[in-house]
Design a protein around this ligand. Structure first.
Ligand code: NAD
Ligand code: IPM
Ligand code: MN
Length: 351
């Protein structure tokens, strides 16, 4: 297995090192060899070279079995152009149309919602990942003046909406789930989101065993807090999916806990924690590595290494239960030490 590793910025570097150390333990425990290539693309790299992503970068990425990325974002690059090229444009160029973001609570004590436990918080969000408001269509006219006009268009295509909605139903079907909820804002965005309405109805019709439900995105946010247990699969657009998965992360114990995959089934996919580079935490060995480690587990699972992924998930669950974790979720360990605890458990269980 050949993996591209992009640590990126801030705590991205630390949580990536943590996830890679856990991958090392998986390799030892299961007798597997992972060939890793570290790619330095980051704010530092951009500020030194003037290049966000070198020519041929996307083609290079396509040659790996999978990509792992920490986080991108640095106050010295206020327009975030390196993140656009390295993160967003990899999603576009590699056509990673599925942003798969499980929301799974491991331990009731981590949930900020009153009287909710692991049975109540266990759903997945499928975020459309290649269009919507992220496409960069638009521009500014008379920028910096009182006459400034700023336009940023939302793009919804039949093909784009159809494939993510279909993916959500296929996922539900393959796991024996019975509900898929679509969230849009078709009451206000009466053109773009009417397309979501039509496609959702159309796709749902071919899955008679699955009950399709719909909420406007504002109501969905409310119901996520009030009654998260009703959700099994949520499918939504790029921006709404971004927002509700930070909310979902808080149900899991905070941003440090949430994992994700940017997928194109059958092609090179990219895995990353949901959180960003958290500049305040950078370099202090305090970031929670579980979101990154969980993303590595998703990578393994996607590559067909199902037992390996399950071993990582089990070790994470044990670490959480035994409080062998970072301070944000009630432990006393640093980033490195928390990863070592998980790596140690993987080696012990299999040895
Ligand atoms: P952020 O996710 O970096 O951090 C917000 C807060 O969440 C932190 O201050 C911290 O309290 C908490 N947090 C995040 N990760 C944590 C972890 N691993 N352990 C413990 N606590 C954690 O979001 P932000 O502050 O809005 O953004 C910072 C930078 O990261 C920006 O430049 C932003 O654009 C970028 N960003 C990048 C990605 C990505 O690369 N995928 C995702 C989100 C934000
Ligand atoms: C995420 C992040 C990115 C996004 C940012 C860094 C552009 O918030 O992956 O959730 O909005 O997609
Ligand atoms: Mn986000």
């Amino acid at each position: 297995m050949r993996l591209a590793i992009i640590p990126g910025d801030g705590i991205g570097k630390e949580v990536t090192a943590a996830a890679v150390s856990v991958l090392g333990a998986v390799g030892d425990a299961f007798g597997r060899k992972f060939e890793l290539e570290q790619l330095p693309w980051s704010a530092d790299y951009y500020l030194e070279s003037g290049v966000t992503m070198p020519a041929g970068g996307y083609d290079l990425l396509r040659q790996f079995d999978a990509i792992f990325i920490g986080a991108l974002g640095d106050p010295r690059v206020p327009d975030n152009r390196h993140a656009r090229d390295i993160l967003l444009h990899t999603r576009f160029e590699l056509d990673l149309f599925v942003n798969y973001r499980p929301v799974r609570l491991l331990d009731a004590r981590l949930c900020p919602l009153k009287d909710r436990g692991p049975d109540d918080v266990n759903f997945v969000v499928f975020r459309e990942n290649t269009e919507g408001l992220y496409v960069g269509v638009g521009g500014r006219f008379k920028a910096g003046t009182d006459d400034e006009i700023a336009i940023q268009e939302e793009v919804n295509t039949y093909k784009g909406v159809h494939r993510i909605v279909r993916h959500a139903f296929e996922f539900a079907h393959s796991r024996g789930l019975t509900r898929v909820c679509m969230a849009d804002k078709s009451n206000a965005m009466t053109d773009g989101h009417a397309l979501w309405q039509r496609v959702f109805r159309e796709v749902a019709a071919s899955y008679p065993a699955i009950t399709p439900t719909h909420y406007y995105i504002d109501a969905l946010a409310m119901y996520m807090v009030l009654d998260p247990a009703q959700f099994q699969v949520i499918v939504t657009n790029n921006l709404f999916g971004d927002i509700i998965t930070d909310l979902g992360a808080t149900f899991q114990g905070g941003l440090g806990m949430a994992a994700s995959g940017n997928l194109h089934p059958g092609r090179t996919s990219m895995f990353e924690p949901v959180h960003g580079s958290a500049p305040k935490f950078a370099g202090r060995n305090i970031a929670n590595p579980i979101g990154a480690i969980g993303s590595m587990a998703l990578l393994l699972e996607t590559l067909g290494l199902v037992e390996e992924a399950a071993a990582v998930d089990r070790a994470v669950l044990d670490a959480v239960r035994e409080r062998q974790v970072t301070t944000d979720i009630g432990g006393t360990l640093g980033t490195r030490e928390a990863a070592q605890a998980i790596a140690g458990a993987i080696r012990r269980h299999s040895g």
